[in-house]
Ligand binder design. Structure first.
Ligand SMILES: C=CC1=C(C)c2cc3[nH]c(cc4nc(cc5[nH]c(cc1n2)c(C)c5CCC(=O)O)C(CCC(=O)O)=C4C)c(C)c3C=C
Ligand SMILES: [Fe+2]
Ligand SMILES: [Fe+2]
Length: 370
């Protein structure tokens, strides 16, 4: 039996394309304890996610976590589940569709967009296989995490490499490492805050809450913390905020070790006593709304804040499939596929002009705000 998958006879003149694999974290198949157990087992067994010696971790994982957490997490998932299923999955599919449409109008050559999840379904293996079948000879991997973190981006790349070991004819491969300071991404965030302020009274502070990671990972050289702060600073600049009008916090702490501080929940519990009773909160590190934004930020932390005496608490949704976000992601794809036939030689004149115009707009918007 061949160690390679889906082998096809080679023939000259077969049509080729550029393939783009969007990768997000993954979500359980259903909001019930057995599905959560399966999902958490795969997720929390990843040594990129939990970096403690396996012999110790396996005792904790199999002895405690997988016996207690699935039921508790399932109840949280039920509170955000919709008729379309998991928000993360539904929104990711909308992003894939919108990006495919953007690619079809931008480029003359074929660019195929597929969606994969690092854990659960659709798997990275199935996404790559679809791209292989579509004739992708050039592959761009785009993890939908703006800030690089080994626990998210690197593990997505690991999985892609593992899978490509099973291809006889390995395609050209490029990876998007991060896009935490991409002008289109910052512009999309700023626009979504400004739109929110047009519709709701503005809070005293804009809280920018990012998913946490263990503090130890920062000390070991993970650039995530630094990239979160850069995104936050650029967003604050784009909104012309003064230092006392914004802050960064870190959410979703897991386990007993110290994680990146300040913690979102503790901060929101303390702010009312400091006279800050009206806040807007945004989660710039989440490309799509999910359990961590809809349950933890929109529901749980609102209660903490109001219980501590806070009055107005507004969650500003993730960028999801909004058109500025899709344009920014399309620009990122365009920039990372320079020199590849489908996106360069055949790059339509209109697309080139639009991209140049957007670059000028970002520059002049930033100039005007300084
Ligand atoms: C165990 C440690 C964890 C690390 C490190 C971690 C990093 C990390 N996670 C995201 C994004 C998401 N995490 C989500 C859920 C989630 N995260 C952890 C744990 C760690 N995350 C758990 C156990 C869970 C599952 C839910 C629970 O039981 O609490 C999600 C939501 C998925 C969904 O289905 O909606 C996202 C997205 C980032 C960006 C990150 C590091 C930067
Ligand atoms: Fe997480
Ligand atoms: Fe959480």
């Amino acid at each position: 039996m061949s160690r390679f998958i889906n082998e096809q006879d080679y023939f000259h003149g077969k049509s080729e394309c550029t393939g783009v694999l969007l990768v997000n974290l993954g979500t359980p198949d259903a909001p019930d304890a057995p599905s959560l157990r399966r999902y958490l087992k795969e997720f929390l067994s990843d040594p990129r996610v939990v970096e403690i010696p396996r012999i110790i971790w396996n005792v904790i994982l199999y002895g405690i976590i997988l016996n207690t957490r699935p039921a508790k997490s399932a109840a949280k998932y039920r509170s955000v589940w919709t008729e379309n299923g998991s928000p993360l999955m539904h929104i990711s599919l909308q992003q894939q569709k919108a990006l495919q449409k953007a690619m079809d109008t931008r480029f003359n050559g074929p660019v195929k967009i597929e969606l994969a999840m690092r854990y659960g379904n659709p798997s990275i293996a199935s996404g790559l296989l679809k791209l292989k079948e579509a004739g992708a000879r050039r592959l761009l991997i785009l993890p939908l995490y703006p800030q690089y973190c080994a626990a998210t981006n690197a593990t997505s790349f690991d999985k892609v490499f593992d899978e490509l070991k099973r291809w006889r004819w390995v395609p050209e491969l490029r990876l998007v490492n991060h896009y935490h300071d991409h002008p289109g991404y910052i512009e999309a965030l700023a626009s979504s805050v400004l739109e929110h302020w047009e519709q709701h009274p503005r809070g005293q502070q804009l809280i920018m809450s990012f998913h946490g990671i263990p503090k130890r990972n920062l000390m070991l050289g993970d650039p995530y913390h630094c990239e979160c702060y850069k995104t936050a600073r650029l967003l604050a600049e784009a909104l012309n905020l003064k230092a006392h009008e914004w802050r960064v916090t870190f959410q979703s702490r897991f386990g007993k070790a110290e994680w990146l501080q300040p913690y979102t929940d503790k901060t929101l519990q303390a702010l009312p006593a400091e006279g800050i009773k009206n806040v807007d909160i945004i989660c710039p590190g989440f490309a799509a709304d999910c359990l961590e934004t809809l349950e933890e930020i929109q529901q749980e932390n609102r209660e903490y804040f109001q219980h501590a005496g806070g009055e107005n608490y507004h969650y500003i949704p993730a960028l999801n499939a909004n058109s500025k976000h899709i344009h920014a992601l399309a620009d990122i794809i365009q920039q990372h596929t320079q020199g590849w036939a489908e996106t360069s030689a055949h790059w339509s004149e209109a697309a080139q002009q639009q991209s140049a115009e957007r670059t000028l707009q970002y520059a002049s918007a930033r100039g005007a705000k300084k």
